[in-house]
Design a protein. Structure first.
Length: 169
């Protein structure tokens, strides 16, 4: 399988696995875990990018070719992430937004916020709490991580002029 496709499938598979793991374990309702969700997803994506960009570098890709490859991987992964998020919020956990809001209310109460402040915060978050918006946030995050991380990773992981595959191209 081509490394770009494999990398994209790996990104999507790892991130989807983490999405579903948070559901199966109930971690999406835990205050401490909600702040770790994005860093864990980013770490999974970056690890997959490093693995796959090493493969594309061995094929002789230049710096810009590596950035394009990583971006394509993120696009492929984003399709899977979008689907996983939709399945999570519509099929498996259709009440997840209400459960997260209840957890948020409890955290804000414990922090001493007034009911008016809590209501305002929950209302402000409401437009993003739809299955499609949540999935789009996942796509945007994966794409941004993929582009930025690829640009950084490609500095170290790229074809050298003396690499045998690069010499053939």
């Amino acid at each position: 399988m081509h490394p770009i496709i494999a990398g994209g499938l790996l990104i999507g598979g790892l991130c989807a696995s983490w999405i579903f793991t948070t559901g199966f374990t109930g971690l999406y309702k835990e205050p401490a875990m909600t702040s770790l969700f994005v860093p864990i997803v980013m770490t999974l994506e970056i690890a997959a990018l490093i693995w796959a960009l090493r493969k594309t570098a061995a094929m002789g890709r230049s710096y810009s070719g590596q950035v394009v490859a990583g971006t394509l991987m993120a696009m492929i992964g984003s399709i899977i992430i979008f689907a996983a998020s939709i399945i999570f919020t519509t099929v498996l956990y259709p009440h997840s937004f209400a459960e997260v809001n209840e957890m948020s209310r409890e955290v804000m109460r414990k922090a001493g916020q007034s009911e008016e402040q809590i209501r305002a915060a929950i209302d402000a978050a409401a437009p993003g709490q739809t299955p499609v918006m949540s999935a789009l946030f996942g796509v945007i995050g994966a794409m941004m991580t993929g582009i930025i991380a690829s640009a950084i990773i490609a500095i170290w992981v790229r074809a050298r002029n003396d690499h045998p595959a690069a010499a053939r191209n």
